[in-house]
Ligand binder design. Sequence first.
Ligand code: SF4
Length: 116
Amino acid sequence: MQLICINCPKGCEMTVERGADGAVKVTGHTCPRGEAYAIAELTNPTRMVTGLVRVAGTRRPLPVKTRTAIPKGKIAEVTNLLANTTVLPPKKIGDLVIENACDTGVDVIATAMCAV
Ligand code: SF4
């Protein structure tokens, strides 16, 4: 698999593959961060998820995000959950919105404020 490292502006072009012995081999990286990123992309790719949830009593939605990256395979499920979530105001930045979203072990938190 070819990929470009997103950890710094240098953007190293890397190749990551699993050998016949099952070992993961990375080439093209310039530092250990790139190697770790490439291995994670091959074995367990993750992404941050951002979105909006409804706020009771107002038409203005609340921006939210996952506290950390979640497995790519869970993105659609979490996005669906956000689309079907309504929170009660007030909320401030960092407040818990959804605990353990879709059994990822990752919470969804507010990234903006909403008042009553
Ligand atoms: S491998 Fe290291 S130097 Fe290259 S883009 Fe990634 S973080 Fe930057």
